[in-house]
Structure formats: structure tokens, C-alpha cells
Design a protein around this ligand. Structure first.
Ligand code: FAD
Length: 405
């Protein structure tokens, strides 16, 4: 039995334990994680780790000594399958049972898989864990053609790395633009053009029918219109399924994630949930319940719970931010653009350094900044204060965003 048991050794779980110790929490802490590794950073998996620029050791969120010195028990390689809220215990697949005073569920999500025929063939990969990317990397030497299913951030980042490694890359996106779920039209068009300029074949409105195979390995992707795109590797980047089954089975409210309140509490006493798996009322989404998949959200929710457990109760109100690296482009996003009614372009995309400001009812709700750190930094205040701004002023690059009131 531990005073605090954290399920999930990812960004949120690691930060919760680190923040508890930083706030001088004196109770016992254990982290139970399904993966064999100590907590590591996931974003480089589709960036510097896949490209070979960073070895795994540099992905660790903290070195092993950090956890040891702070007396955080790391129970890795163990998947929790059952929670007993009355007995205050969690049980793992291997049968071990651990008691908790407070449970922090930080289990993230698993990569959503294709369900069509051929989805199990060798050569079909997800990009969620170190093991996924290691498997992919062992096949790269014998791969010349790659099909990426899904034009979201992860699919596009992987496409950029593989194109730079000299692979022939096709991106298959079912919608009429890439990044449709997370960005406005102008940003989608910009990234489509960038990828095409780097030789990536971006196919919009392309619905996958199945993966074709040969000798148990993927040999191509067949589209709904019958066309087959030949390839040796298929990378599937179609989102995640939140890892919340044991919680829901124990009676917690939720569906697409586990429902939490503004203090990260689930509907079950003494159980919090944080990170990618947490369906929460977000002040930057008009208080509507959403899940955010970002390092920012994982860390800030972890801090809310660490505070609550050390006597400083505070609601979650952090401004969402995110980044994506593709080629030499650094995209930085602040706020949530979903639901915007106006997009203002600031600067010239052809210069590869510009921003897009999103407004709703005349108020700034988000910015996407490409190689434009200054706007990203100044934009935070505009989003936090929901500043009512004139689109013509926002579009005027001669006027610094920090001057806009
Ligand atoms: P995770 O980091 O997924 O950690 C959850 C852990 O819990 C996992 O190790 C999982 O195996 C484990 N687990 C699941 N179920 C159980 C169980 N039943 N028992 C025990 N353990 C369990 N975010 C950004 O902000 N910027 C980026 O550029 C960016 N790039 C990304 C690139 C890739 C390839 C990926 C995959 C993600 C990226 N993200 C990025 C998102 C970011 O990594 C996630 O938002 C973040 O990892 C969420 O942290 P988490 O702790 O909630 O979940």
C-alpha cells in the first residue's frame, strides 16, 4: 500500500510524482507503468528520435537516480486491469494488487488502429511508444516507400522525417485538408504545400479500404476508389483511444476519456485523472468537456493534483499550448482554435515565417505561429484576456502584437 499510487509512467504521471516531492509531500508514492521504460518524452518519437538525432537516453524525463533519491517506487512493466474503489486497490494483469490512499490515473491512451483487412500485417506501425518506433526503425533500411495514414501532427511529422531520410512518402488523409481537427484552413494549406515541396505526395479525400499484403507483410494500401499505392511500410496516425477501461468498469463517469471536474477529480472518491485520458471542462473551450493531448495539459493537470494533495486547492485554468516540428518549421500554438469564426493572416506564408490569429465573436481565441516566436509569446496575453481586436490591426505586421490592447 502507498499513500499515492499513480497509474501511467508518462508525462502526467512523472510530473505528478515530481511535483508532489517538490512540494514536500512526505507520504509514500508509487508509479505503475505498462511500458518497461522509465518515464520518457513522447514528442521526439516522431521527430528527433525517429530521425536518429537523439538517442533514447536523452528522452528520459528524469534519470533513474532522480526517482530513487526522491523515494518514488517505479513499478514498470505492469498493466493495471482492475480498480476496486471500496477496497482502495488496483490489480495488474500479472495478478499483483497494490493498495492506495489516493489514486492518480494518468494512463494516456493507446494508438487507434485501423480495423480494415490487413491492419495486422508486418510493416504496419503506430507511433505512440518507444517500442513502436524501434520496430519501425529496424525496417527502415529495407524500406523505400512509406504510406502514412492520417494527416494529423504525428503523421505529418513522421512524413517529414522519412522524406528527409530519402524515403518516398505518401500521406493519405480522408478529409479535404490536413490538420482539419486542430487548425484553420490557411495553416492546412501551408503545410500541404511544404510537404509537396519536399516531395511528399499528399492525397486529400483519400479513404483507406484495406492494406494489401504479400508473405505476411504489407505491400500497399488500397483506397476506396480501388487504386493501390504500393509501399513496404504503413504508418497509422489516426489518433488515440483513451486508456480508461478499468476506471469506467469501476463506475467512473466518462466515455471518450474519464470525466473529471475542474480539480481533476473523477466521480469516484480518492481517484483523480490527468493528461490525455482526462475529459475536463476547459475554460478555453467555453467550459465544455474536452480532452487535450499535449505535454502542457499533462504537466499542468499533474500540478493541480499535486497542489490539491498538499493543501493548495486550485482549479485547472492553464492556457493550452502545443508545438510541432516539421522540416525547419517550428509551429507553436496557443489557445484553442476550434469554433473560431475568423482567421487573420499575419505575414506572408511564402516567407515561411508568419502567424494566424483566430477570433470568435471578435475576440482572440488562439494563434498558430510558424517560425514566429515573438507572436507566440505576445499572443498568450491576447488569448488569456480574450482581447477584442480589430482584424486589420492583427494583420498589420508593422504593429507588434504586444501593443494590441
Ligand atoms: P502518456 O505519455 O501516454 O503516458 C501514459 C502511460 O500510461 C503510458 O506509458 C502507457 O503505456 C501507460 N498505461 C496505459 N494504460 C495503463 C495501465 N492500464 N496500467 C499501467 N500503465 C498504463 N505533445 C505536445 O505538446 N507537443 C508535441 O510536439 C507532441 N508530439 C507528440 C508526438 C508523438 C509521436 C506522440 C505519441 C505524442 C505527442 N504529443 C505531443 C502528445 C504528448 O506526448 C501527450 O499529450 C503526453 O504524452 C500525454 O501524457 P500522459 O501522461 O497523459 O500520457
Amino acid at each position: 500500500t502507498y499513500d499515492v499510487v499513480i497509474v501511467g509512467a508518462g508525462h502526467a504521471g512523472a510530473q505528478a510524482a515530481a511535483a508532489l516531492r517538490q512540494r514536500r509531500f512526505a507520504g509514500t508514492i508509487a508509479i505503475i507503468g505498462e511500458e518497461p521504460e522509465l518515464p520518457y518524452e513522447r514528442p521526439p518519437l516522431s521527430k528527433d528520435y525517429l530521425s536518429g538525432a537523439k538517442p533514447f537516453e536523452r528522452l528520459l524525463i528524469r534519470p533513474a537516480a532522480f526517482w530513487h533519491d526522491r523515494d518514488v517506487a517505479m513499478l514498470t512493466g505492469r498493466k493495471v486491469v482492475r480498480i476496486d474503489p471500496d477496497a482502495h486497490t488496483v490489480t495488474a494483469e500479472d495478478g499483483t494488487t497494490t493498495g492506495y490512499g489516493t489514486l492518480i490515473w494518468a494512463a494516456g491512451g493507446h494508438a487507434r488502429r485501423l480495423t480494415c483487412s490487413g491492419h495486422h500485417l508486418a510493416g504496419v506501425h503506430s507511433v505512440r511508444s518507444r517500442a513502436d518506433v524501434d520496430r519501425m526503425m529496424t525496417e527502415l533500411a529495407t524500406t523505400t516507400r512509406v504510406c502514412v495514414v492520417g494527416g494529423g501532427y504525428i503523421g505529418l511529422e513522421a512524413a517529414a522525417v522519412l522524406a528527409k531520410l530519402g524515403k518516398q512518402v505518401t500521406v493519405l488523409e480522408a478529409q479535404d485538408r490536413v490538420l482539419a481537427r486542430v487548425a484553420g484552413v490557411a495553416l492546412s494549406r501551408f503545410f500541404e504545400a511544404e510537404h509537396r515541396a519536399h516531395g511528399v505526395d499528399i492525397r486529400l479525400g483519400s479513404v483507406v479500404d484495406c492494406i494489401t499484403g504479400h508473405d505476411g507483410r504489407a505491400a500497399g494500401v488500397r483506397l476506396a476508389d480501388g487504386e493501390v499505392i504500393a509501399c513496404e511500410m504503413v504508418i497509422v496516425g489516426i489518433g488515440i483511444v483513451p486508456a480508461v477501461e478499468p476506471l469506467l468498469a469501476a463506475g467512473a463517469e466518462g466515455g471518450n476519456g474519464v470525466a473529471i471536474d475542474a480539480h481533476c477529480r473523477t466521480s469516484i472518491p480518492d481517484i483523480y485523472a490527468i493528461g490525455d485520458c482526462a475529459l475536463h471542462p476547459n475554460p478555453f473551450a467555453d467550459g465544455l468537456p474536452i480532452r487535450l493531448e499535449s505535454v502542457q495539459n499533462a504537466n499542468d493537470m499533474a500540478n493541480v493534483v499535486a497542489r490539491a494533495l498538499t493543501g493548495e486547492v486550485q482549479a485547472y485554468h492553464a492556457v493550452p499550448w502545443f508545438w510541432s516540428d516539421q522540416y525547419d518549421l517550428k509551429l507553436q500554438t496557443i489557445g484553442l482554435s476550434a469554433g473560431h469564426d475568423t482567421e487573420v493572416l499575419r505575414g506572408d506564408p511564402a516567407s515561411r515565417s508568419f502567424s494566424i490569429v483566430y477570433l470568435k465573436d471578435g475576440h482572440v481565441v488562439a494563434l498558430d505561429c510558424v517560425n514566429m516566436v515573438k507572436d507566440y509569446v505576445a499572443g498568450k496575453r491576447l488569448v488569456v484576456d480574450r482581447v477584442a481586436a480589430n482584424p486589420a490591426d492583427l494583420a498589420d505586421v508593422g504593429q507588434a502584437l504586444k501593443e494590441i490592447r
